[in-house]
Design a protein around this ligand. Structure first.
Ligand code: SF4
Length: 412
């Protein structure tokens, strides 16, 4: 029998945003490895630690959350989670933490290797699980940990007292890093990093807001991949270029009436929560096959860090998603739903992330009521494949689609 020939895929355009963004993410690991080989001290850093600090000091850092996501997306989440569980870590602990703690023990994973750290940068504006995870890394690897405490903010604005509290800690962290690594802080360099971070953020916010067009010029699953650059590299020249290219492409897509969403966009939803990395294909296909485009997510708003000075940076890191109250979190999402003409909300109840998923039931109820849209949730996990059921996911997405269809018909 003649062998069926697979259609040859065209080589991706090296000047496309997708390739540029992919290169930045991969290059971060290479640069950290090269720095390590040169004998420089390198760090592991939590995702909402102010990236401007290591960037201004010229320090290379890796992000264990990104590494864990890559390991999970490439199919090894369960293997690494089980290594941690065998060491006594509960299956209830965040899977990113379990994967990272396992990696610190075995020190290699072909799915995504990173150089071992000489110091740890931790900030609890994302969650308190992060503190225990990094404390254990610090103990196991016998390396210093720098911790910044950013309190949960019950208000809409960041008070001068909170800015002062955070400012002193940022400076203490800078001085600790200068001592540890021999690198020196330079105000002029900080200004350049801040400007690049602002330009990257502006382009990201403008690109993601192109979802206001119908059809949206992009498939929202693209954002889940691109946000790694916003988390780790927004202060770099290459990130400015890549995000400005992304914005240009989305504008051109809109002008030409095309989209990276394959197929007809029949329904538009907001996706709430972290992606199910081990089940990315299943979750994307379950939407695409029904003509549902996830046009927005809170990440479209969360990684826009635009500020004027050092105090502005302190305020910006005090307003990241997991550090703010339910009402402000809700209002940010309502704005995204309204601006992007969202017709339904799909909530990932993420077993790993207690903080995020804990108040999501009430928040999503309020968003649904304010926007007049149906809300459906499914159980999953960002990195542990055992906590997801494809059948349950498809049943919930089907239900969401049917309600959106009924509403459309009633409006005709
Ligand atoms: S996924 Fe949730 S629990 Fe895990 S580190 Fe991030 S914020 Fe913390």
């Amino acid at each position: 029998m003649a062998e069926e020939k697979k259609p040859r895929r065209e080589a991706p355009d090296p000047n496309s945003a997708k390739v540029k963004l992919g290169n930045i993410a991969a290059d971060a690991y290479t640069q950290a490895q090269l720095a390590k080989e040169r004998g420089e001290k390198i760090g592991w850093c939590s995702s909402n630690f102010p990236v401007e600090i290591p960037e201004t000091l010229g320090l290379k850092v890796c992000y264990p959350e990104n590494q864990a996501a890559a390991i999970a997306a490439r199919g090894a989440g369960q293997r690494l989670c089980e290594i941690s569980e065998a060491d006594g870590y509960s299956n209830d602990i965040c899977a990113y933490a379990r994967i990272s703690l396992a990696y610190a023990k075995i020190k290699e994973a072909p799915e995504q290797d990173v150089p071992m750290p000489d110091f740890l940068l931790c900030c609890n504006n994302i969650c308190n699980c992060m503190i225990k995870w990094y404390e254990n890394l610090s103990k196991e690897l016998d390396i210093p940990m720098i911790l910044i405490d950013i309190p949960f903010n019950p208000d809409y604005e960041v008070s001068p007292a909170q800015i002062a509290y955070v400012r002193e800690q940022f400076w203490a962290a800078i001085h600790q890093l200068e001592e540890l690594t021999g690198k020196k802080w330079d105000d002029e360099n900080f200004k350049k990093v801040k400007e690049r971070s602002g330009r990257t953020s502006r382009a990201w916010l403008d690109a993601t807001s192109c979802a206001c067009y119908t059809p949206s010029p992009f498939n929202g699953f693209d954002l889940l991949n691109h946000m790694a650059v916003m988390v780790t590299a927004r202060g770099k020249d290459e990130a400015v270029d890549a995000m400005e290219t992304l914005l240009k492409e989305y504008k051109e897509n809109h002008e030409k009436g095309v989209s990276t969403f394959r197929g007809e966009e029949k329904y538009r939803i907001m996706f709430e929560g972290i992606a199910c990395w081990p089940w990315l294909r299943a979750t994307a296909t379950g939407l695409k096959d029904r003509g549902i485009n996830m046009v927005t997510t809170i990440y479209a708003d969360a990684f826009g860090f635009i500020y004027d000075d050092f105090d502005g940076m302190c305020a910006a890191y005090s307003k990241v998603p997991n550090a703010i109250n339910l009402e402000l979190s809700r209002d940010k999402r309502i704005k995204l739903c309204k601006e992007n003409h969202v017709e339904g909300l799909l909530v990932h109840t993420n077993r790993s992330c207690k903080l995020w998923s804990g108040f999501m039931a009430e928040m999503s109820r309020q968003i649904g009521a304010a926007c007049g849209i149906p809300v459906v949730s499914f159980d999953g996990d960002q990195a542990d494949p055992r906590n997801f059921s494809e059948a349950q996911y498809n049943t919930r997405v089907q239900g969401l689609m049917e309600i959106m269809e009924q509403k459309k018909e009633a409006a005709r």
